[in-house]
Ligand binder design. Structure first.
Ligand code: CUA
Length: 156
């Protein structure tokens, strides 16, 4: 079969585009490190209380307008139970579970994460609006699952 000149041009152009996209994706992944995380941070779930930073859960100011919230999840609550951060601040949540898989969902935000024993979950969030944000466990974790909730208070 003989290809017309126009067909040849388009065939070459489309193969060229595929090669260019593959090159760009590969470059971003390997050279720029933009690939999805492939090695999660782990922790011994039996030693959470003794392992930093979880030996001292709470809200910590780490820079100007930047906070770190270290939290443990366990049957059937969140530690610390009181969290207060200012609106507009960058908030880094560092989470782990002390027993079974729990969920960390914050109403009115995009936060919806699984928190598994043995793994450290990290989420960064800025709360633009002040108010009280409901935090729910959204992974069934046992008899007290329905009651597993807390709030994040975002101040002006
Ligand atoms: Cu914890 Cu459901």
């Amino acid at each position: 079969m003989k290809l017309s000149r126009g067909e040849e041009v388009w065939l070459i152009a489309s193969f060229g585009m595929i090669l260019i996209f593959m090159f760009i994706t590969g470059y971003q992944t390997f050279a720029l490190g933009m690939g999805p995380p492939s090695h999660q941070e782990t922790i011994d779930p039996q030693q959470v209380d003794e392992t930093a930073p979880f030996d001292n859960p709470g809200v910590k100011k780490i820079a100007d307008n930047e906070y770190e919230v270290v939290m443990t999840l366990q049957l059937f609550n969140f530690t610390p139970s009181e969290i207060e951060v200012p609106a507009g601040a960058t908030v880094h949540f560092i989470l782990t579970s002390k027993d079974v898989t729990h969920g960390f969902q914050v109403a009115d935000t995009n936060i919806n994460a699984m928190v598994m024993p043995g793994y450290i979950q990290k989420i960064t969030q800025t709360f633009d609006e002040s108010g009280s944000y409901l935090v729910l466990c959204n992974e069934y974790c046992g008899a007290g699952h329905q009651a597993m909730s807390t709030t994040i208070k975002v101040t002006e």
